[in-house]
Design a protein around this ligand. Structure first.
Ligand SMILES: CC(C)(COP(=O)(O)OP(=O)(O)OC[C@H]1O[C@@H](n2cnc3c(N)ncnc32)[C@H](O)[C@@H]1OP(=O)(O)O)[C@@H](O)C(=O)NCCC(=O)NCCS
Length: 415
């Protein structure tokens, strides 16, 4: 079966996490992703957080499936010639170097346009134009600068960063959308363009509801769905909301049976208004369904702490899975707090290809997260990440170089 991005060639200059998540998605959709790495070392993540000596780390393998690897010294004059040939052959150049690095290599936007006016040049940077544009940025810096950290955690504690890599993988997703959009526009204009996804912007986009709340707070001085209401105080900025739900349906994380020893024996419970009477029945507080202090969403807001306390007395008598099963029968929205172990072992995620077992020549079998986006006409087949420089000769031959020329480039240290 054909793939959505068949025929699209990506010159992949990405490293670490943000850029590689983007090009991995494009590869899963069928693009030919040629990852350019430094000879001898490669993407720094190959050797970071290794669990097996001298073997590509899970960090690298899980971010670079379905790609080909070529090693080119981009600072070597002959290496630059090879890169020029690649730029002429590819549709998209994706990079997430520190600001200015591509220009310092000699590949400015103008030079790339000279070589290939159809080339789309896509970049992840920490910040867009402004006071921080020259800064190097990693995941947690972006979470802090994009508004996620100041709005995550509990009111009486420090800002907290999330386990979800919204700065890196989140920005990679944004960039991938920018790239396919630019490819689509190119079908009309015939021209390439620059695509920029700044990590601060990507995180802020995911924190959109918190900027909504900032303006609500400034207008009204309070926000009734926040745990600070009605007894706490609101300051000038959106406070940390603990585990409160983002929208108008109050929710909280509650203990389940076994919480004393299992750090994940918890359930997220939402007191959705239409099922309030059912919630009262399940937890044995039938009188709350008609009591004017509890019967309406507005009446309940000042009592949320007591309400969740009472619901928790019930959830603590059930495992999170038992509670889930009972509550779902009544359409009461809830979600078990799943550990990574439970997710890795979940059969339904294996069945959909969201969790995939991959075989690797030096590592053996390992688990990875497959393509979370499912296309009915472009199925994803997850293939192992490339070894360093595994495809250098193959790609050089596709560029039209002879055996002798490839050997000469190698002798010159270009590849
Ligand atoms: C992630 C980041 C902080 C890492 O910084 P770093 O390890 O110092 O790496 P840099 O991006 O500065 O690149 C290092 C150098 O390697 C060089 N290099 C990269 N590939 C090369 C190759 N194949 N051959 C020769 N040189 C190469 C670059 O030209 C650059 O050289 P220069 O500084 O002399 O111009 C930085 O790349 C960054 O801020 N990127 C943008 C934001 C981002 O994506 N962050 C999230 C990462 S998950």
């Amino acid at each position: 079966m054909s793939k959505a991005l068949d025929g699209v060639r990506i010159l992949d200059f990405t490293h670490v996490q943000s850029g590689p998540t983007c090009t991995q998605l494009l590869a899963w959709f069928g693009a030919d992703v040629i990852k350019v790495e430094r000879a001898g070392a490669g993407d720094i993540t190959r050797e970071q957080l290794r669990d097996i000596p001298d073997v590509d780390s899970l960090y690298f393998t899980m971010l670079n499936h379905n790609k080909r690897s070529v090693t080119i010294d981009t600072k070597n004059p002959e290496g630059k010639l090879v890169l020029e040939a690649l730029i002429q052959k590819c549709d998209v150049l994706v990079e997430n170097f520190a600001p200015g690095a591509l220009d310092r290599m000699g590949f400015t936007w103008e030079r790339i346009q000279e070589l290939n006016p159809r080339m789309i040049v896509a970049s992840v940077k920490g910040f867009g134009p402004g006071p921080y544009e020259d800064c190097k940025v990693y995941e947690n810096v972006a979470q802090c600068a994009g508004g996620a950290a100041s709005t995550t955690g509990f009111d009486d504690g420090p800002p907290v960063v999330s386990g979800a890599q919204i700065g890196d993988s989140g920005t990679g997703l944004h960039l991938a959308l920018g790239i396919v959009t630019a490819l689509y526009q190119r079908t009309q204009t015939g021209r390439g363009q620059k695509v920029l996804a700044a990590m601060q912007d990507g995180v802020l986009n995911l924190c959109r509801v918190k900027l909504r709340d900032q303006q609500r707070l400034e207008r009204t001085g309070t926000m009734k769905e926040y745990p600070q209401y009605p007894n706490g105080t609101f300051g000038e900025a959106v406070p940390r909301a603990g585990n409160a739900s983002g929208g108008g349906q109050p929710g909280w994380i509650l203990k389940c049976k076994g919480w004393e020893t299992d750090p994940n024996a918890y359930i997220y419970f939402i007191t959705q208004a239409p099922v309030w009477a059912k919630i009262c029945n399940v937890i044995g507080k039938e009188e709350w369904a008609t009591d004017p202090n509890y019967a309406t969403p507005a009446a309940r807001l000042p009592h949320l702490k007591d309400i969740f306390g009472e619901i928790e007395r019930w959830t603590m008598t059930k495992t999170k899975f038992e509670a889930m099963q009972i509550l779902n029968k009544y359409d009461i929205p809830c979600g078990p707090i799943l550990s990574m172990k439970e997710i890795a072992e979940e059969p339904s995620l294996r069945k959909t290809g969201t969790i995939v077992e991959v075989d690797h020549p030096t590592r053996g079998k390992y688990l990875t997260v497959g393509n979370p986006i499912k296309l009915s006409d472009s199925p994803t087949e997850v293939k192992r990440s490339p070894l360093l420089g595994e495809h250098t000769d193959e790609v050089m031959a596709e560029l039209g170089y002879s055996h002798e020329q490839i050997s000469a480039f190698r002798t010159a240290g270009a590849i």
